[in-house]
Structure formats: C-alpha cells, structure tokens
Design a protein around this ligand. Structure first.
Ligand code: ZN
Length: 316
C-alpha cells in the first residue's frame, strides 16, 4: 500500500499579513481555514488557506512576517504553485485579475488539456491558474466568486532543479510517486493521478540558485494517512540517509521534514486530525487559534501580531 497519497500543503514566506489575506481570500477566494501562529516563532502569524475544510491538495500556508527581505526564484526551489479552475472560467479570471490590477501572462497551452496563466502575489510568489476539465472536486466560495468559477484546490506544483534525476529518485523510490507525463524539460510525477497531486520537476540548469525570502516557498508537504504511515516513511528516509526530523506536532497534523538532494525542503504531514479539530466548519479561520502550550501567552501573542480583518464583499 502507498504510504504517500499526494500533496498535503505548500508553505511560503510573505510580507504584510493584511495584504496576504486580501489577496488569497479576497481576490483568489480561497477559504482562510486557520489563523494561528508560527509554532517556532509565535510572534508571526501562520495563515492556512484551502477549500471548505482545508483538505490535503488544497492547502497553501503563509508566514507573513510583515517586513521581510525578498527572496529569489531559482533552482533548488519550488517556484510556482498552481490552482485548478474550470476551463470555462478563463475569461472570468482574466477579467478578475485585471480588475484587481494583478499582472498576468497570456494563457499558454501546457499539456494537451491545460491552459495556464502565470501571475504573482504582492510579494512575488509564483502562482498559476490551470484551466482544465478533469477536476471533480468542489470549489469553495465565500459567495463573492460564483461557485462555477471558484478554485478547486491545487493542480500542480513546479520545482526547478539542476537536473531532475536525483529528486525524481526520491519521489519514485521513497515517496510512492510515478512519472505520468513529460514534455521538453518538464517531468510530471504523482502519487495519485489527479489534479491537486501533480509534482512537476523542471530541469533548469541555467537558472540561478533560488534564495529564500519573501515571495518564495519554504517547503512542500506530502500527505500520509496517519502517524503510523508517517513513522514508516520516516524509517525509509532514515535508511536513505536523508536525516528526517523527529515527528513534530503541528496541531492539525504531525510532520517530519528532510531536504531532498536538489535542495528543496520536503515535509510529510498526516491527513489526521485536520482543521476541524479546534473549530467547527462554519467558523473555520475566524478566531486566532493557539496550541495549548501557547495559550498562557495569548495576550502577548495577540499584541505581537497585527490585527487583520477580512470582508469578502470588498472583493466582489
Ligand atoms: Zn508544512
């Protein structure tokens, strides 16, 4: 049985938290499923965006530092996170991005059944919308984006590497992925062959090395069912001399981390227990949630993070 089922989440570094919230919940219409803090630096928010309940394959998370040095896209980095939308929403999204002054590149054909537009958030994070008709997942909407046009979750991620082989070996030999498509310098892998789980490796030997900072991805997490399967993955990583961390409690999942040979930080996160563990579905993302070990510091933490608010109607 496969231990890895696909992509769990992508985590990126951002600047202003309100700008981040307005862009992802407002312009893109993702649900803010959790507002918490960075468990390793509790003076910084941790925002989780996703579909209605933040299922694996839909979760993009941010550490919005307020002030942060800008990073640089390049090899050894996950440079583009793509979202899945219906083919019929192409005009809608082009008009919407124009309306909110988001510069985007003209639609490109990628694989046969995919049209893609590239754009960036205010910090320069690489994003795409992939227009396709093979995604059966329901999109989430706050009501300000018609549900027939709403984002369904990730489509794929794009990692740039000097060469694809060493990273591919980790994906296929340790993380239950198979090569499902390739075109010129793009190699597409998946643990489950469906939108939300595609991992594209681009051979980009001529690009500069990526540098972490604002507008770059910190890590990608792959999904595993539970702690038992996670421990099995951890053993495989240790045998491969990849130095996985111990299992860490992230409240909504548990995590292990290791760096793949090309330089990208990989995480394996459990699908359990998920974001409903401390908030009900109707109110996800509304309150600042802290793990119990930070509850006694709530006042200090609330003063340290900037107050943010979100009103979907401003983004109709
Ligand atoms: Zn993570």
């Amino acid at each position: 049985m496969a231990l890895i089922t696909g992509i769990h989440h992508v985590t990126a570094l951002a600047g202003n938290p309100q700008t981040n919230l307005d862009f992802y919940a407002g312009i893109l219409g993702l649900r803010l499923v959790k507002k918490t803090v960075n468990f390793d630096a509790p003076e910084v928010y941790h925002f989780y965006y996703g579909n209605e309940i933040g299922e694996p394959g839909s979760i993009l998370t941010f550490f919005p530092y307020g002030e942060i040095m800008k990073g640089r896209h390049g090899k050894g980095m996950l440079n583009t996170t793509t979202f899945s939308v219906p083919m019929s929403s192409l005009n809608y999204w082009q008009e919407r991005l124009k309306k909110f002054n988001v510069t985007f590149k003209q639609p490109q054909q990628r694989f046969d059944d995919e049209a893609v537009i590239y754009f960036e958030d205010a910090d320069g994070l690489g994003l795409e919308l992939v227009f396709n008709d093979k995604d059966n997942r329901a999109g989430f909407t706050y009501g300000h984006i018609p549900s027939e046009n709403s984002i369904k979750g990730f489509y794929n991620v794009e990692i740039w590497e000097e060469g694809y082989e060493r990273t591919a070996a980790i994906l296929t030999e340790q993380l239950d992925h198979t090569l499902i498509a390739e075109k010129s310098n793009r190699f597409r892998f998946a643990a489950t062959n469906s939108p939300g789980n595609y991992v594209d490796i681009l051979c980009a030997p001529d690009s500069l090395k990526g540098l972490g900072g604002g507008g770059t991805v910190h890590h990608i997490a792959f999904a595993t069912a539970n702690k038992k399967t996670q421990e099995e993955v951890r053993m495989k990583m240790a045998q491969r001399m990849l130095n996985p961390t111990p299992i860490l409690d992230r409240q909504y999942f548990t995590s292990i981390y290791f760096r793949e040979p090309g330089g990208v930080l990989f995480e394996v996160a459990t699908a359990e227990p998920g974001f409903l563990v401390d908030e009900d579905k109707a109110h996800l993302g509304e309150a600042l949630k802290l793990p119990e070990w930070y509850e006694s510091h709530r006042k200090t933490i609330e003063q340290a993070v900037a107050t943010v608010s979100f009103n979907a109607e401003k983004f109709t």
